[in-house]
Design a protein around this ligand. Structure first.
Ligand SMILES: *Cc1c(COP(=O)(O)O)cnc(C)c1O
Length: 230
């Protein structure tokens, strides 16, 4: 089941990559399996099929799982991070995708310094300004980028966004395109403390269009594991 799902998704990904035909994107592409609310058995199955990176929304859940999984698994934090969980998060996660405020960036920087780590991060953008979502608004992004680039124990590795829900994903294409524009701008800024490499957008519902518009990191849960049981 997971095996078949992954075969299907990888075919779709290849087709979308071919359609865009961008060498950078093809050579730097990552599929992150979103494993929140899925158990260790399912995670192991995905790893046997070549999944190297997993995404979780909650620090506690990720910590519990990480004790049970192979050490070379890469952990990505996707959900909003509360400041009281920062220390644990910095210990565990290879990439914190959900940096959404100056205060949080400062806390991550401080915790990383204590642990002698440079923490890789993505800046989360709330492009559609949805009240229900976290992330920086487009207009605030330049100032936010400069602020975070001034912190010495975090490394800006790109941008992340969660698109509004839309049954007709074609409607989202202009937003994905705009995100790619912001990503290209960020890449050309030549910031200190940065290695701008990832544009994280696209989930089960909309990853094909996201890739067609330049995403090189997609986060897929339902498409791999089926519906989550809450
Ligand atoms: C849950 C989640 C996903 C995966 O969503 P699916 O629709 O199950 O693929 C991706 N990104 C974030 C930030 C999430 O919270």
């Amino acid at each position: 089941m997971i095996k078949d799902n992954l075969i299907h998704i990888r075919e779709k990904i290849e087709a979308a990559l071919d359609k865009r035909n961008d060498e950078f994107q093809k050579n730097n592409f990552k599929l992150v399996a979103v494993t929140k609310n899925h158990d260790i058995a399912a995670m192991r199955e995905a790893m046997e099929e070549g999944i190297l990176a997993v995404g979780e929304n909650r620090v506690q859940e990720a910590l519990q799982k990480s004790a049970l999984l192979a050490r070379d698994t890469k952990w990505h934090l996707l959900g909003h991070l509360q400041t009281n969980k920062v220390k644990q998060a910095v210990k565990l996660f290879d990439l914190i995708q959900s940096v959404d405020s100056e205060k949080l960036a400062v806390e991550i920087d401080r915790a990383a310094a204590e642990l002698n780590k440079i923490q890789d991060i993505l800046l989360q953008v709330n492009l559609a300004k949805e009240e229900s979502k976290f992330g920086i608004y487009r207009e605030e992004l330049p100032e936010f980028i400069q602020f975070v680039a001034g912190l010495s124990n975090v490394r800006i590795c790109g941008l992340m966004t969660i698109m509004p829900h839309d049954e007709n994903t074609e409607n989202l294409r202009p937003l994905f395109r705009e995100m790619h524009g912001l990503f290209v701008e960020l890449k050309t800024m030549n910031l200190k403390n940065s290695n701008v490499k990832w544009l994280s957008m696209g989930m089960t519902n909309d990853y094909e269009i996201a890739i067609q518009e330049g995403a090189n990191l997609v986060r897929i849960g339902t498409g791999i594991f089926g519906q989550r049981q809450y």
